[in-house]
Ligand binder design. Sequence first.
Ligand SMILES: NC(=O)c1ccc[n+]([C@@H]2O[C@H](COP(=O)([O-])OP(=O)(O)OC[C@H]3O[C@@H](n4cnc5c(N)ncnc54)[C@H](OP(=O)(O)O)[C@@H]3O)[C@@H](O)[C@H]2O)c1
Length: 221
Amino acid sequence: MADKLPTIAILGGTGKEGPGLAMRWAVLGYPILIGSRQTEKAQETASKLNEQLGLTSIQGMQNNNAAQHADISVLTVVFSAHESAVLSLKEALQGKILVDTTARVDFRDPKPPKHPAAARHAQNVLGPGVKVVAAFQTVPFHILRKNLGEQLDTDVLVCSDDLEAAKMVMKLSEAAGMPAYYAGNLDNAVVVEGLTAIMISMNSHYKVKTASIGIHGINQE
Ligand SMILES: NC(=O)c1ccc[n+]([C@@H]2O[C@H](COP(=O)([O-])OP(=O)(O)OC[C@H]3O[C@@H](n4cnc5c(N)ncnc54)[C@H](OP(=O)(O)O)[C@@H]3O)[C@@H](O)[C@H]2O)c1
């Protein structure tokens, strides 16, 4: 019998990045829980996504509830709410993996952020009972909703202090059509956040919305 797919909670999944990731996993059969500060808002987003995809499997609930019921949680709250969101989820996330997508970059004035990485800060706040994995910071939401079930023209850098947790997230990224590479521990994630600043600057210069990253010189086959 095939392995049961893990349930994925998308915390703050009512915005731009969260629903895009949710859609890519939902079409593959992963059970998805959309989280929000408000249950109704989460349910509204879940219904819209179900309707768009012809599914009934996506559920909406309050962030803490979603984190408790999920095997893996993906944090996609607006970056200014990172600190308060992580604190409020501390209990619900114990014993689990948290994927942190946060890139602390101001779209109007993109600059590399300061140390420590948002994901390192999350790990410090959550403690050793949570395995934090930084990923998807360089993936623009514009590309996530297109070509569902197909490969995307982007790679994903995955940072974590826990290699096994990183490998699990790399598997999820690859399933969603984004080849993933282990890029070191959580301190390195500040560089990935900085790459996001570069992508935003390049979007502005080249008048696109889709700049992303690709890795060369590694054959993972
Ligand atoms: N946008 C992109 O292309 C992109 C690309 C890569 C990475 N990211 C990262 O993904 C994350 C989300 O980005 P986004 O563009 O999707 O953000 P967003 O659409 O502006 O907001 C996402 C969600 O954050 C929640 N939120 C807002 N204020 C909050 C607060 N005070 N406390 C808790 N939650 C709050 C809201 O959910 P509720 O109101 O439902 O609670 C909102 O739907 C960011 O960390 C960003 O760096 C974004």
